[in-house]
Structures are given as structure tokens and as C-alpha cells.
Design a protein around this ligand. Sequence first.
Ligand SMILES: NC(=O)c1ccc[n+]([C@@H]2O[C@H](COP(=O)([O-])OP(=O)(O)OC[C@H]3O[C@@H](n4cnc5c(N)ncnc54)[C@H](OP(=O)(O)O)[C@@H]3O)[C@@H](O)[C@H]2O)c1
Length: 331
Amino acid sequence: MKYSKFADDDFKVSKICLGTMNFADRCDYKTSEEIVRLAWELGINFIDTAAMYSNGEAERYLGKAMKALPREKIFLVTKVVKGIDRDSILSGIDESLERLQTDYVDLYLIHWPVAGMDLVEMMESLNQVVHSGKARNIGVCNFPAYLLAAGNRIAQERGLKKLNCNQVAYNLIERGVEVEILPQAILEKIAIMAYRPLAIGLLTGKFSQGMKMDPATRGATDARVITWLSDYGKSVDRFVHFAEKKGVKPAQLAAAWVCHSPAITAPIIGVSSTRQLLSSVEAINVELSDEDYNSVTEIFPTEVWEESLQLFPGLKFNFPRLRRNLFLHKA
Ligand SMILES: NC(=O)c1ccc[n+]([C@@H]2O[C@H](COP(=O)([O-])OP(=O)(O)OC[C@H]3O[C@@H](n4cnc5c(N)ncnc54)[C@H](OP(=O)(O)O)[C@@H]3O)[C@@H](O)[C@H]2O)c1
């Protein structure tokens, strides 16, 4: 396993984070416990969960399974889903801690922004959670860059704990975060936890256009996977072929592609079996040269286009691409 500092926290987290969204849903307790144990044996000390997953049952499963592991060596993340107001944040953390059977989490996240939210109230409440010792770090999921920056401006002005993480969807198909969120993360030392690295299983190569989807998979009933398969099926086939030529599994290549961005702290690997975990974790050992990275990227026509110069033949500068890469190189 490889490790890196989590934003401005000195804790060294594994460069693969374990996702637990399938716990108490696709995974019964026995399988969930085996996944947690195997993750630990593989060197994964970074675990993501949420109050929302199976209405709190995923947190319960994880809390029980983690009892066998040294709590202080694990970077445990959970999220509040009830709301962004003071009561929801303050009661949400207590409920999560009880289900997780622990006194604190290493990172407490707001699961989604909502229209009309009170950012000052959110920052003050999260600060209170940190002051009470119930969370060591605070952050958000699915926040646009401007909103995270506004939250941290409030923190700066009022002497509150700053947000140091944004958890966002990122994979070869969903690349919108490259425009603002990833460059912001480098510039402001924000940790990025990348969820959905395999596009809900599509990038494992187990679905292909014209083939019946295995009804036991998540993808078979997920409208996004069905749409992506219809839009990008040919690209997926080329991607699988590229992985075969490189001698790696498509799931490993897809996660390695996510890790290639210097903005990414870790992809969150969600699995429904220990077998999947054993395979996906090998992404950490996939060496992706810049040339490989560019070749894989170009397989999918998913670059985020803006109406600009690149649309005019003969003009050499691509200002949108320049703008979004401005802070993507670590000093
Ligand atoms: N903050 C947020 O809003 C948010 C949202 C979504 C997820 N998350 C977090 O991110 C984690 C990952 O998200 P995700 O589950 O959507 O990610 P994903 O990587 O896109 O999809 C995971 C699915 O891919 C399949 N898979 C995984 N490894 C495989 C392998 N080696 N071979 C074949 N199939 C494999 C499994 O599908 P089958 O189960 O069908 O076998 C698994 O459920 C979640 O567990 C959760 O912790 C956060």
C-alpha cells in the first residue's frame, strides 16, 4: 500500500479508501466484516461511510467490524445527511458515533449542499463538532468550488475550523470536477476523495453494448449505467482492450487513471465482495506513464468542452484547458 498526508492533517492515509455503501445492502454482515478485515490486511487505513447508507445500518456494520481493529490507526469518515442546519449537524454526529461505536471520527462531511442553506450556520456547527472532540477534520461532498471557498472565507473571518476535504464523483466519464474543483484542491490543500471511480461497475468491462446485463449487478438497474453504456459502449470496449494489452484488469486501470491526478488523495473503492477488493486494490501498483494516461483519457470523448478557441481550426491555444490545469501541478 502507499500512503499520503491527508490535506493539512499529519495522518498518513492509504492511497485507496474503502467505501461501505454496499454494507447492509448488497453485503450481509459476514461479507462486510470480511471486507473490512481484508482491507486492513491489505494496508487500507482509510474508510468511508455515511449515515445515509442503508439508513444507518452500514455505519452499524462498520462499527461492529472495526471493533477488531486498532481504532487510532484508522482514518474514519462519515457524513451527515439529515440537513445542514445546526440541529441536524449536532444530532447527526452523535447518532453516527453511537452506530459506529466510537468517540470520534477523523473526518465529518456534509453529504450534499442544499439550495438556500445557511453557510455561516453550517460552518459554526461543524466547528462545534470539532471543538467537542467528536470530529478531527471537517469537509463536504459534492460542493462546487465557489461554495467551499465561501465556507472557508467564513471560517477565516470568524476563527473557525476550515473545511479540508471535498468528496466528489470522478471517473473517465464524469470529469466535470477538472474545471474548478481539482485545481482549487491543489491550490488550497484540500483533500479530494474520488467516489464512483468505476462508474458503478461500467469501467470493469462487465457490461457491453448489445449484451444482456447480469441482473445481479448494480449497473443492471441503474439508469446512469444504462445511459453511459449506450453513449460510451464503444469507448468501454476500447478501454477494456487497452487494459488487456497492458496486462491489467479494467477496474485496476480505471482506478489508476483517477489516482494519476495529483489532486486526488484517494479513490473510494466500493466493492460487494472480498474478491472484488483483492482485484481492485491492485490499482495501486499500476504504473501509468503520462503517455498511457493520455491514451486512456482520449478513449472517452468526455473532456469538458467550453465554447472557445479550440473549436476553431487553426487556432493554437486552448484557454479552457490551460485555465483548468493552472493549479494542477504540485509545487
Ligand atoms: N459522497 C457521495 O455523495 C458518494 C456517492 C456515492 C458513493 N460514495 C462513496 O464511494 C464509494 C464508491 O462508490 P461506488 O460504489 O459508486 O463506486 P464504483 O467504483 O463506481 O462502483 C463500485 C461497484 O463496482 C463493482 N466493482 C467494484 N470492484 C470490482 C471489481 N474488481 N470487479 C468487478 N466489479 C467491481 C461492484 O458492482 P456490483 O456491486 O454490481 O458487483 C461495486 O458495487 C461508496 O462505497 C461510498 O463510500 C460517496
